[in-house]
Design a protein around this ligand. Structure first.
Ligand SMILES: [Zn+2]
Ligand SMILES: [Zn+2]
Length: 233
């Protein structure tokens, strides 16, 4: 239940940058809420990137060593940022501290990527564990998708569900894959589109994308890609 304190905090966040605390000055800043200075400091994705997971390549060509040794069921992931510094803090604000207007900030960054690179792919949010959603009272990924629809006319299809399994954080790729096996599935009466673009927050090992791709492909989806906020490499 919202109390005076929560409403007060919402107002506080709405007027100040969620990263540096400075007062926000423009309409755009007020809406998101991140100041222009902090936005400029978010790690940009330059240089050659792995065509599968979008990690920065050092000496490899086209595909990183990790992806070369794995056979994912999804085709590719592209992450807007690297999961470090201010980006990490921003995601923490969004997920742990419930700064809801940040959904609009991430959607604004995702929209051009979806329109330019993933034409013909239907947006599907990666599902949360239901206990987690219940505890927080909202689904952050769906919130981004709703912003995509509202501000950019990009439709989304919440067709995946997830049974409760152990938290993923401390597990490696194999552990995550085992943990997720059979726990991601299609909603009853869902009509999966031909090609799917999954939306998620942090791409770590690829196990979540793989589990979603397994469920989608067994229902006839031909190609699955992912777009995520940040890459934890
Ligand atoms: Zn700032
Ligand atoms: Zn890679």
């Amino acid at each position: 239940m919202r109390n005076t304190l929560t409403i007060g905090l919402d107002l506080l966040y709405a007027e100040r940058c969620s990263l540096c605390g400075d007062l926000l000055s423009s309409d755009r800043e007020w809406r998101y809420p991140v100041c222009g200075m902090c936005e400029a400091e978010l790690a940009a994705r330059d240089g050659p990137l792995c065509s599968v997971c979008s990690t920065r390549l050092v000496s490899e060509k086209d595909i990183c060593t990790r992806c070369r040794n794995r056979h994912y069921l999804f085709t590719s992931n592209y992450s807007l940022f690297i999961y470090e510094g201010k980006t990490k803090e921003l995601i923490n604000q969004f997920k742990a501290k419930n700064v809801k207007p940040l959904a609009g900030f991430f959607a604004a960054r995702m929209a051009p990527v979806i329109q330019d690179r993933h034409c013909g792919f239907a947006v599907v949010p990666v599902p949360y564990r239901s206990t987690r959603k219940r505890a927080r009272g909202w689904d952050q990924i769906e919130a981004i998708c709703r912003e995509l629809r509202r501000n950019y006319g990009i439709r989304f299809h919440p067709i995946l569900k997830r049974r409760n399994s152990a938290a993923q954080k401390s597990l490696d790729y194999q552990g995550r894959l085992e943990n997720l096996k059979g726990n991601v599935y299609l909603r009853k009466h869902a009509h999966p589109p031909d090609k799917v673009l999954l939306i998620d927050d942090v791409f770590t090992t690829g196990a979540t994308a793989d589990a979603c791709a397994a469920a989608l492909k067994s229902a006839g989806v031909t190609e699955v890609r992912m777009l995520s906020i940040a890459l934890d490499q």
